[in-house]
Design a protein around this ligand. Structure first.
Ligand code: E4P
Length: 217
C-alpha cells in the first residue's frame, strides 16, 4: 500500500519523507490556498519544490473545466517535472481528458469521485489513479469505506490497472480500514500517518526496558 500525504505544506512533506514511508503527494487548489500559494507562477514553482522533496508521484490539479483547457493546463503541468500526475475532475470533459493523457502515456488522477459508476468510468478512460473521497462521504452520513470496497471488487473483476487512491482520509482508522480493503494508495494528513506510531503498550514497554537496563549498568 502506498502512502501519499495530502498537503501543500513543505515542512510536513519533508517530515513524512524523512520518516522514510512516503510514496507521493496529493494537492488540490484548497490545499494550495491554505498555504497562501496563489498565482499561476507561484503555484507551478511550488509543485516543483514538492517534487524536489519526494521521490514519488505528485498530483497537480487542473483548474479548467473544459476539455481544451484541461489539455493545455495538464500538458504544462506534466512538462514541469517527470513526477507530476495530472489531476482531473470527475466530469465529462475530465474523463475525456483522462483518456487523452492515458493515450499519451501521461499519468492522471481522476478526483472528486463519490460513486462506483464514476470509478468505473475513470478506469475505462485509463486513469492511473482514481480518488474516491471517503471522508467527505462519511461527513454526510454515507459509508465512505463501502465505496472503496465496491471499487476494489469492480476493478478486481476486470483486472483494471487503475490504482485506488483512497482520498479524504482523515485519521488512522481510515488508513487501516483502507489497507484491509485492499486500497492501492491512501492520501491523508501527516497526523493520519504519524498516528499509526502510537500505542501505550509500546511506550510502557520501552520505559520498562530502559529502566531495567539502567538497573544493571
Ligand atoms: C484528494 O486528493 C483531496 O485532496 C483530499 O483528499 C480531500 O480531502 P478533504 O475531504 O479532507 O478535504
Amino acid at each position: 500500500m502506498k502512502f501519499f500525504i495530502d498537503t501543500a505544506n513543505l515542512d510536513q512533506i519533508k517530515e513524512a519523507q524523512d520518516l522514510g514511508v512516503l510514496d507521493g503527494v496529493t494537492t488540490n487548489p484548497s490545499l494550495m490556498a491554505k498555504e497562501g500559494i496563489t498565482g499561476k507562477e507561484n503555484i507551478l514553482n511550488h509543485y516543483k519544490a514538492i517534487c524536489e522533496i519526494v521521490d514519488g508521484d505528485v498530483s497537480a490539479e487542473v483548474i479548467a473545466t473544459d476539455f481544451d483547457g484541461m489539455i493545455q493546463e495538464g500538458e504544462a503541468l506534466a512538462a514541469l517535472h517527470p513526477q507530476i500526475v495530472v489531476k482531473l475532475p470527475m466530469i465529462k470533459d475530465g474523463v475525456k481528458a483522462a483518456k487523452y493523457f492515458s493515450d499519451k502515456g501521461i499519468k492522471t488522477n481522476v478526483t472528486l469521485v463519490f460513486s462506483a459508476g464514476q470509478a468505473l468510468l475513470a478506469a475505462k478512460a485509463g486513469a492511473t489513479y482514481v480518488s474516491p473521497f471517503l471522508g467527505r462521504l462519511d461527513d454526510i452520513s454515507t459509508d465512505g469505506l463501502n465505496l472503496i470496497a465496491e471499487i476494489r471488487q469492480i476493478y478486481d473483476n476486470y483486472n483494471f490497472e487503475t490504482q485506488i487512491l483512497s482520498a479524504s482520509v482523515r485519521h488512522t482508522m481510515h488508513v487501516i480500514d483502507c489497507a484491509k480493503l485492499g486500497s492501492d494508495v491512501m492520501t491523508g494528513p501527516l497526523s493520519s500517518i504519524l498516528g499509526l506510531l502510537n500505542h501505550p503498550l509500546t511506550d510502557i514497554g520501552l520505559a520498562k526496558f530502559l529502566a531495567d537496563y539502567k538497573k544493571g549498568n
